[in-house]
Design a protein around this ligand. Structure first.
Ligand code: HXC
Ligand code: NAP
Length: 265
């Protein structure tokens, strides 16, 4: 689908890049030629993905970082620049989530998720800006969720924070366009990852599969490669005129609220 190695000479900083969807972005961006910098709290999450990338001939750096701490985020960008020579692509993928009714959510529970998702994404953009502005090149991609534009009973903290990141994305797209920095977002539906299933999906794998078949018109979970290719497109020169957008990838689950018993027709 893409020219070979469209990200040759580029550096991609990927938060939460050791696990789940972040790992999928890291593998795909590396295949396409990017040097990748993987950032999250746990080296145990980062090292295996970095090793996998190196074993395939790619260049990967790990940078233990808590995105809630501005000084650590500054240090991440410094490491990325000093190790790789530029910071071209930033994927704000790190997140925290758990199921809790709004009235039972503690103040610290709310703050924790908002700190990771909303504040962490802003800190990363803010810390990457001087490098991207100096280069006159930057592509920022933030990973939302379909509920950023709707409601998400049971995850009010995440819904509010993701909606905030969406507004941030649109604002940065306007403010930083003059620096040739673009900001876009992806809103994924259901993609199987350990992080999501252990925290958000209740019941057995069979029950979860049945729920997905019922709710998602395409009849299955999304595949990691499908999401990674969309991310690559949005960070590539093919999408240079796409700015401030959120692209949904959910098999039409968002639109599946039929008013009538149409399936019996
Ligand atoms: C209620 C909870 C809770 C739970 C934590 N808290 N888990 N409250 N129910 N299940 C509360 C704690 O009691 C505490 O508040 C506060 O949240 C902070 O908890 P800590 O454990 O101290 O926080 P920390 O160690 O920083 O861990 C952050 C975390 C954790 C978010 C709580 O789950 C984490 O590290 N998550 C990272 C990975 C992740 O969540 N991946 C899922 C992404 S999937 P008090 O008041 O007691 O101090 C995703 C999919 C979206 O986003 C869409 C799917 C369709
Ligand atoms: P995941 O594997 O749990 O990913 C979350 C990542 O965030 C982990 O690598 C974690 O690494 C990192 N992280 C958490 N707190 C951090 C912090 N304070 N600082 C730095 N890194 C931190 O779950 P996932 O399913 O792949 O989710 C990836 C992204 O997709 C998230 O933004 C999520 O909201 C979004 N999403 C997922 C789905 C889905 O169905 N899976 C659907 C919609 C949206 P450490 O623990 O090492 O810090």
């Amino acid at each position: 689908m893409f020219r070979d190695r469209i990200f040759e000479g580029r550096t991609a900083v990927i938060t939460g890049g050791g696990t789940g969807l972040g790992r999928a972005f890291a593998l795909r961006f590396s295949e396409l030629g990017a040097k990748v910098v993987l950032a999250s709290r746990s080296l145990e999450h980062l090292e295996p993905t970095a090793a996998e990338i190196r074993a395939r001939g790619g260049v990967a750096t790990v940078a233990p970082t808590d995105v809630r701490v501005p000084e650590q985020v500054e240090a991440l960008m410094k490491t990325a620049y000093e190790t790789c020579g530029s910071i071209d692509l930033l994927i704000n993928n790190a997140a925290g989530n758990f199921l809790c009714r709004a009235e039972k959510l503690s103040y610290n529970g709310w703050k924790t998720v908002v700190d990771i998702v909303l504040n962490g994404s802003f800190f990363c953009c803010r810390a990457a800006f001087p490098y991207m502005a100096r280069q006159k090149f930057g592509r920022i991609l933030s990973i939302l969720a379909t509920y950023a534009s709707g409601a998400s009973p049971g995850t009010i903290h995440s819904a509010a924070a993701k909606a905030g990141v969406q507004a941030m994305t649109r604002t940065l797209a306007v403010e930083w366009a003059e620096h040739n920095i673009r900001a876009n977002a992806i809103a994924p539906g259901s993609f199987p990852t350990q992080g999501a299933s252990s925290r958000l999906w209740v019941g057995s794998a069979e029950e979860a599969g049945a729920r997905v078949r019922e709710r998602v018109p395409v009849g299955r979970h999304g595949r990691h490669e499908e999401l990674a290719d969309l991310a690559a497109y949005l960070c590539s020169s093919y999408a240079d005129y796409v700015n401030g957008e959120t692209v949904t990838i959910d098999g039409a689950a968002t639109w599946n609220h039929p008013s009538f018993e149409w399936q019996k027709l």
